[in-house]
Design a binder for this molecule. Structure first.
Ligand SMILES: Cc1cc2nc3c(=O)[nH]c(=O)nc-3n(C[C@H](O)[C@H](O)[C@H](O)COP(=O)(O)O)c2cc1C
Length: 254
């Protein structure tokens, strides 16, 4: 950075260094005029797609945010009960649902914040016990609020999912486990070096919303950072390079 820039106060400096480069000397692909990557991961429209009910259709146990803040805790023991498709829809919408777009559809605006509205995540679900769904991995399609079947599993699914979380077996003994993957370039396109930091901050917001949304429907969850990277990426059928899992969370009735 030049001496001249060094003397500017931080706020002026930020505006001086246009194109969202913060105080970073690395030029972003955005500032170089490279095209923005897709807002969500493309998918095969001929795949098996499942409609989700509107999230408002979900019957809540309570709708008291202050109570949810106080009662939220990590749960690792879940009842052997299914959750409904309405409940799953509610959890998906409140963690990654799209509530609006920036003008010109340049960015999605969702139920969680994200640095620069980059929203770098995809949501995969290991559905062990969700009414109306197969025992399978699905991907959430947030623009359509639908699910895409990734792969069906057999009776050993609980075990496989538990093993992917460093043998924390409760991660498979639940109704559904959320896997959030990061598509890093969505954030790096604007924040070439800061992406590593902001993506991990972003995913914390997502999981916190899951904790709170679970409270509203009589379910529980637990953020999971201890997992086998290769196994979780394989489960979601992602390459582990351009897209990799950053966080998981099992959900079940408590
Ligand atoms: C980033 C992160 C990773 C975590 N990873 C695990 C994990 O792998 N296994 C686990 O049992 N709990 C995990 N937890 C849950 C914490 O252990 C839990 O939040 C903490 O003990 C406090 O308990 P509370 O959430 O009930 O307040 C994780 C929490 C966070 C925020």
């Amino acid at each position: 950075m030049s001496e001249e820039l060094r003397e500017l106060d931080p706020i002026t400096l930020r505006y001086y260094l246009k194109d969202h480069e913060w105080t970073d000397h690395v030029k972003s692909d955005q500032s170089l005029g490279k095209p923005q990557p897709p807002l969500v991961k493309p998918y095969d429209p001929n795949g098996e797609i499942i409609d989700l009910p509107a999230p408002e259709k979900c019957a809540l146990k309570h709708n008291d945010l202050s109570r949810a803040f106080v009662e939220r805790k990590s749960n690792r023991l879940f009842k052997k009960e299914s959750i409904s498709l309405e409940e799953l829809s509610y959890l998906l919408f409140n963690t990654q649902g799209i509530r609006d777009y920036r003008p010109g559809k340049t960015a999605t605006l969702r139920t969680v914040p994200s640095a620069g509205a980059r929203h770098p995540f995809e949501t995969y679900l290991a559905c062990m016990n969700v009414e109306g769904l197969k025992r399978a991995i699905y991907r959430y399609l947030p623009e359509e609020h639908k699910l895409l079947l990734v792969r069906e599993y057999g009776d050993d699914m609980e075990e496989i999912v538990g093993a992917s979380a460093n043998k924390q077996i409760f991660v498979g003994r639940c109704a559904v486990t959320f896997f959030w993957s990061a598509v890093m370039y969505r954030s790096e396109w604007r924040y070439p070096t800061h992406a590593q930091k902001v993506v991990l901050i972003d995913v914390g917001h997502v999981c916190q919303n899951l904790y709170l949304a679970c409270e509203a429907i009589g379910c529980g969850t637990c953020g999971i950072g201890a997992y086998n990277q290769q196994k979780v990426d394989e489960l979601c059928e992602i390459d582990g390079v351009d897209e990799f899992v950053v966080y998981l969370a099992p959900v079940g009735r408590v």
